[in-house]
Structure formats: structure tokens, C-alpha cells
Ligand binder design. Structure first.
Ligand code: KG4
Ligand code: ZN
Length: 336
């Protein structure tokens, strides 16, 4: 079964052709980073205009690269939640239109569940139940995953998402947007123990996350106690910058790893799945790999292209939803 996937939840316009949930024939991603970088974050209005401009070209490319005709597609899938409302609507409208013209089923997908599915594309079989940690620019969520399509949320962020914290700390440090990859690289030259930034665990046994405290701690460390994020740059030497970046990253990674392992024990699962843009982080991959090995539990995370927002994960998961007869009607809405 050939499924065309569409993903426009944030600042990437993506379309992919995937066969039987696993064989990726094409996965086109048009990034808008260059448009948003000078604003230090995603500007929803700019994101929507760019999705509108590029969506048809991206779908065309996905079909051409897969070496098929649009009439060969058996179903259309699209991420309709969560994300920026205007951005989601553009992908959803394109998907509904194609589904209507081609008279083929429409399958709507939760973007976070698709991030979890990305590992399945790479590894094939995964033993369930699993604990899935989805860490992206907009979300930090823990799920108890029972199958490709069944996910119970057991934890989430109460303020900033992990990726958002990386991006905001990058702004404080005078780095570009998105700052996650740069902080990752700079940290490799720094000492993660140099500054004891706070680790917030919230209430005892809580599986929720909070990263606004560590972000503020970095701001105060750089510009002085009770300073405000006024855009002033701290003027750090390379060594100081590397130590601050590494110490911040260590604080975030410690919390992510410890809470994931706590959830693994609490729910006695068979695997750990990691997904989302922050799953590209080398320190997170390393520490979670070590923690999983110690407990003799398999850890799955996809390659970088499948960690970041992409439509292959959407089209892949749609195959399983279709198998469970979960097809959407044209009244289906985008949910931010
Ligand atoms: O999943 P994603 O592509 O988009 C959303 O759904 O939000 O994630 C983007 C986020 C950004 O915040 C970016 O800074 C972060 O992923 N990111 C990283 C790394 N690569 C991307 N954060 C830390 N380390 C990285 N290597
Ligand atoms: Zn995402």
C-alpha cells in the first residue's frame, strides 16, 4: 500500500511516499530556518505563507522522486495535531483536496506519535510496551506506548519544551536559531560540570518536566542576578561559552534521562523509544544509551533526518492506522 504523507506542523514543509509503513521511497523536507533565524524563533505568519508557497512543489517532488504517478497513491495522510494552527491547516487542506480529487482515504496523524514511529521505520520490529520520550521544539512528552498506534501520555512539560529551552538559551548566549545543534557542538569543547545549573524534578515521582528555571539560571549567570532578557549579549570568551553551554546541556539531559528511566521502572516496559528534534543531541543519545545498557533494555532512536520534522514518519504511521480502519472524514479539523 502506497501512502503519501504531508507534514506542515511548524517550520518544515514536508511530503513523503512510503510503502507498507516501512519502505521510504521519498522524504522531501523544505526547511524555513533561513526565514525565521533573524527573529530568533518561528514567526507563525511567515511559516504559513511559506507553507502555502512551497507545499505543491514539495508534494510534486515527493511523487517524482518516488518514481510513481500521483494516481498510484492509495491513501493520503497528514499531521493535523499538535502544532501551529495556521501551519497545520495548510497541510490538512492540501491533504483533503488530494483525497477528494483522487477519491482515496484520508488518514490524520498526531505529530508526536509520528515522532515515536520514526524509530520503527529504521529498526523494523520494536518490542512493546515501551516508554517513548518525544523531545522537540514545542514538546517534551513521555508516553507509555502499547503499539504503533496506542500511546498513553504519562508526562509532559509544564512550561518550556526541551528544544525551546535550547533555543532560548542559545539566544541568551548570542547564538543563531535554532540553537540546539550549535549548543551540542560547542558543548563538546566544554566542561559539563563547570556550573551546577538547577535540575528541576518537580514533585516526588512526577513524570512532568520544567525547563524555565534552568533557562533563567543561565540568563542570571551570564548577565547578573535578576537581569532581564533584553537582547544584551554577554561577551563571553570561547572557553566560558563552551562551559556554560555544556553545563546547561548536562542539566537538561540529566532530567530527561532520569525521568525516562524512572518511567521505564514504573511501567516495567520492554523498550525505550526516543524521538523529536532534540533526539539529535549527542549527549542525550550517549547518556540514555548508557542508562539503557545498564538496565539491559533496548533503546531505539532514528537517524537525524527522521528525528527532525518529516513526512515519512507521518505516512509510515498512517499505514497502521489504516489497518485499524481509522480513516478521517472531510469534517476533520486541525487542533493546535
Ligand atoms: O521535532 P523538531 O524538528 O520540530 C518540532 O516539532 O518542534 O525539533 C526542533 C527542535 C529545535 O528546538 C532545535 O533546537 C532542536 O530540535 N534540536 C536540538 C538538536 N538538533 C535539533 N536540540 C539539541 N541538540 C541538538 N543536536
Ligand atoms: Zn516535531
Amino acid at each position: 500500500m502506497i501512502i503519501l504523507g504531508i507534514e506542515t506542523s511548524c517550520d518544515e514543509t514536508s511530503a513523503a511516499v512510503v510503502e507498507d509503513g516501512i519502505k521510504v521511497h521519498s522524504n522531501i523536507v523544505a526547511s524555513q530556518q533561513a526565514l525565521h533565524s533573524r527573529f530568533g524563533g518561528v514567526v507563525p505568519e511567515i511559516a504559513c505563507r511559506s507553507h502555502t508557497d512551497t507545499i505543491i512543489t514539495v508534494i510534486d517532488k515527493a511523487v517524482t522522486e518516488a518514481n510513481i504517478k500521483i494516481s498510484d497513491v492509495d491513501a493520503i495522510s497528514v499531521a493535523n495535531t499538535p502544532g501551529l494552527i495556521g501551519a497545520l491547516l495548510i497541510g490538512l487542506t492540501a491533504a483533503k483536496t488530494l483525497s477528494w480529487i483522487l477519491k482515496i482515504p484520508l488518514i490524520t496523524i498526531n505529530h508526536l506519535h509520528a515522532h515515536i514511529y520514526a524509530s520503527k521505520i529504521e529498526y523494523g520490529d520494536i518490542d512493546y510496551p515501551a516508554i517513548s520520550l518525544v523531545v522537540s521544539g514545542g514538546h517534551t512528552s513521555l508516553f507509555l506506548t502499547q503499539s504503533e498506534t496506542r500511546h498513553i501520555q504519562v508526562g509532559g512539560t509544564i512550561d518550556d519544551a526541551a528544544g525551546e529551552a535550547f533555543d532560548k538559551v542559545g539566544k541568551i548566549l548570542g547564538l543563531g536559531y535554532p540553537a540546539g545543534p550549535e549548543i551540542d557542538t560547542i558543548s563538546q569543547k566544554g566542561n559539563g560540570k563547570a556550573i551546577p545549573f538547577p535540575r528541576s524534578y518537580l514533585k516526588k515521582d512526577s513524570l512532568d518536566f520544567s525547563f524555565s528555571g534552568v533557562k533563567t539560571a543561565v540568563l542570571y549567570h551570564c548577565l547578573g542576578q535578576d537581569s532581564r532578557d533584553s537582547g544584551e549579549k554577554p561577551g563571553l570568551k570561547d572557553r566560558e561559552l563552551a562551559d556554560i553551554a555544556a553545563s546547561f546541556q548536562e542539566a537538561v539531559v540529566d532530567v530527561l534521562v532520569n525521568k525516562t528511566i524512572f518511567a521505564v521502572t514504573k511501567f516495567s516496559v520492554k523498550s525505550i523509544i526516543l524521538g523529536g528534534g532534540v533526539a539529535c543531541n549527542s549527549r542525550l543519545r550517549q547518556k540514555l544509551t548508557d542508562a539503557a545498557k545498564q538496565r539491559d533494555i533496548p533503546l531505539y532512536y532514528p537517524s537525524k533526518k527522521l528525528c527532525m520534522d518529516n513526512a515519512a514518519m507521518v505516512a509510515g504511521l498512517a499505514y497502521h492506522k489504516y489497518g485499524e480502519k481509522e480513516v478521517a472524514g472531510f469534517e476533520v479539523e486541525a487542533i493546535p
